[in-house]
Design a binder for this molecule. Structure first.
Ligand SMILES: NC(=O)CC[C@H](N)C(=O)O
Length: 209
């Protein structure tokens, strides 16, 4: 079976780590900086970093509308941390003119876990990737404040002060996590996304025959 080609938005943030994991999983990662680099993708990964910077650069590079169109047309996407913010239809505590790509019908609060805990680690249970719980690393992370009925909650924080907060969701072909799975050796979240991109690629091939 041919493996999916997955774009990694390469404007700012943890690009290299995601490319390495996607490669280890057998997918074909491709950095995306220009609109034409979205052509022919089976998925796109939006890395963590700083959502205001990524938004600003995406607008400068003319990528914002092409990304919106690609996602509207059904392209699978996975956003981690700042990437989660980019996939949210609405944000709280954003910068005054901050825009998102949108697609997931949810409200996400930026830097939600508070200044005292800029970063922390906690267990997250995600039924779709199985046991054991995912050991998640959060860095100035957002949380999901609320979701519409169309959004599936994939995971909540299980341990510590933030227990109960929604930190992983799926809406159609869009997945988002508050945490950074590229910083641990557990590749199950990336694997879940690669599976989604592989299915999308197969579907597209069948429909074009
Ligand atoms: N690690 C991250 O991606 C942090 C996200 C960052 N706080 C933002 O608002 O974009």
């Amino acid at each position: 079976m041919s493996e999916p080609t997955i774009g990694v938005l390469a404007l700012q943030g943890d690009i290299r780590e995601h490319v390495a994991i996607l490669t280890a999983l057998g997918a074909h990662p491709r950095p995306v900086r220009r609109p034409e680099e979205l052509d022919g993708l089976d998925g796109i990964l939006l890395p963590g970093g700083e959502s205001t910077t990524i938004d600003r650069l995406a607008r400068i590079f003319g990528l914002m509308d092409p990304l919106r169109m690609a996602i509207k047309s059904g392209l699978p996407a996975y956003g981690s941390c700042a990437g989660m913010i980019l996939l949210a239809d609405r944000i709280e505590d954003g910068m005054a003119d901050q825009q998102t790509i949108g697609g997931i019908d949810m409200v996400v609060r930026r830097n939600a876990f508070g200044r005292q805990v800029d970063s922390f680690e906690a267990q997250v249970r995600i039924a779709q990737i199985g046991e054991p719980d995912f050991h998640a690393v959060f860095i100035r992370a957002p949380w999901v404040e609320s979701v519409s009925d169309d959004v599936e909650v994939l995971g909540k924080v299980e341990t510590g002060e933030a227990a109960g907060r929604i930190v992983a969701v799926r809406h159609g072909n869009l997945i988002a996590t508050s945490f950074h799975p590229e910083l641990t050796d557990d590749h199950r979240v990336h694997g879940y996304f690669v599976d989604l991109a592989r299915e999308y690629a197969l579907d597209r091939k069948e429909h074009s025959q």
